[in-house]
Design a protein around this ligand. Structure first.
Ligand SMILES: NC(=O)c1ccc[n+]([C@@H]2O[C@H](COP(=O)([O-])OP(=O)(O)OC[C@H]3O[C@@H](n4cnc5c(N)ncnc54)[C@H](O)[C@@H]3O)[C@@H](O)[C@H]2O)c1
Length: 258
C-alpha cells in the first residue's frame, strides 16, 4: 500500500496504459482522478477500475481544462501527490515530405503542449506542498528516430527534454519529475499503428513490433504501470529527471544486429 491516501491524477486515463496505471495506483491505496477527452471510454474506465476513482472529462491541450483538473483533484483529495502526465496520440504514418502539416500541429499540441500544461499547473501545487511526483509518458521515440512518425518523434523527444528541464528547476523542493519510455505496448495505439504499417494485417504488424525488442514480444500496459508506480513512489526517492525504458531491451541494442 505505497499510496495509501495519496491523491493521483492520471491523464489519458481511459486508454491502455493510463487505465492500467490508475488500477495499480488505486490498488495500493491511491485516490485517483482519471482525465480523458473520450467521454464514453472515460466513464467505462472509471466504472471498471476498483477503488476510489473519479472521472474528469478534459482535453489536455486546453489551458483552462488542465488548470481545472488540477483544481478538481485538489478539491477532492486535499493534495496532488502524483501526476501521471500520459495522454497522447500517435498521428498518421507518413514520411516527412508527405506528413500533413495539420496533423503535425495536432500531435505536438497533445503530446507536448498537454504535457507542458500538466507540469505548469500541477507543479505549483506540489511545490507548495513540499512533495509530489510527476511521471511523463515518453517513448522509445524519445531516444531514437522511428520512420513515418516525425511529429510523434519530435513530441516524445520534447517530453524527455521537458522532464529534464523541470527536474533541473526543482532542486530542494521535494518534487521529482521523471519519464517512462515505453516500447511496443499492446494497446489500441500500438494496434492502430502496426495495422497501418502492415497494410491492414494486425497480427503481422504485432509480430514485427515484437521483433523490435530482444525479448521478442510486446509489453503489457501493466508492465508500464509497474514502473510508473515505482517512479511515483518513495522507492524512487532519489530518482529525478530520468527516462526509464520499459521496452524489453529495444533501446539497448542495434536493430537487426544479428
Ligand atoms: N502503446 C505503445 O506502444 C506506446 C509506446 C510508447 C509510448 N506510448 C505512450 O503512452 C501513452 C498512452 O498511450 P496508450 O498506448 O495507452 O494509447 P491509448 O490510445 O489507449 O490511450 C491514450 C488515451 O489518451 C487520451 N487522449 C488523447 N488525446 C487527449 C487529449 N487531448 N486530452 C485528453 N485525453 C486525450 C485518449 O482518449 C486515450 O484514452 C501515450 O502518451 C503514448 O504516446 C505508448
Amino acid at each position: 500500500m505505497r499510496f495509501e491516501g495519496k491523491g493521483a491524477i492520471v491523464t489519458g486515463g481511459a486508454g491502455g496504459i493510463g487505465k492500467a496505471t490508475a488500477q495499480l495506483l488505486a490498488s495500493e491505496g491511491a485516490r485517483v482522478l482519471l482525465v480523458d477527452r473520450d467521454r464514453d471510454a472515460l466513464a467505462k474506465a472509471a466504472a471498471e477500475v476498483s477503488g476510489e476513482v473519479h472521472a474528469f472529462d478534459a482535453d489536455v491541450t486546453d489551458d483552462r481544462s488542465v488548470r481545472d483538473y488540477v483544481e478538481r483533484a485538489l478539491a477532492l483529495f486535499g493534495t496532488v501527490d502524483i501526476l501521471f502526465n500520459n495522454a497522447g496520440i500517435e498521428g498518421p504514418v507518413a514520411d516527412v515530405t508527405e506528413y500533413p502539416v495539420a496533423d503535425f500541429d495536432k500531435v505536438i499540441a497533445v503530446n507536448v503542449r498537454g504535457v507542458f500544461l500538466g507540469l505548469h499547473h500541477a507543479l505549483p501545487v506540489m511545490v507548495r506542498q513540499g512533495s509530489g511526483a510527476i511521471v511523463n509518458t515518453g517513448s522509445v521515440a524519445s531516444a531514437r528516430g522511428l520512420p513515418g512518425s516525425i511529429a510523434y518523434n519530435a513530441a516524445k523527444h520534447a517530453v524527455l527534454g521537458m522532464t529534464r528541464a523541470a527536474a533541473a528547476e526543482l532542486g530542494g523542493t521535494g518534487v521529482r519529475v521523471n519519464a517512462v519510455l515505453p516500447g511496443m505496448i499492446d494497446t489500441r495505439m500500438l494496434r492502430t499503428l502496426v495495422t497501418t504499417m502492415a497494410d491492414g494485417d494486425t497480427d503481422a504488424g504485432l509480430t514485427a513490433a515484437a521483433a523490435a525488442a530482444p525479448m521478442n514480444r510486446t509489453g503489457s500496459p501493466l508492465e508500464v504501470a509497474a514502473v510508473v508506480a515505482f517512479l511515483a513512489s518513495q522507492d524512487a526517492s532519489f530518482v529525478n529527471g530520468a527516462g526509464y525504458p520499459v521496452d524489453g531491451g529495444a533501446l539497448a541494442v542495434m536493430p537487426n544486429g544479428r
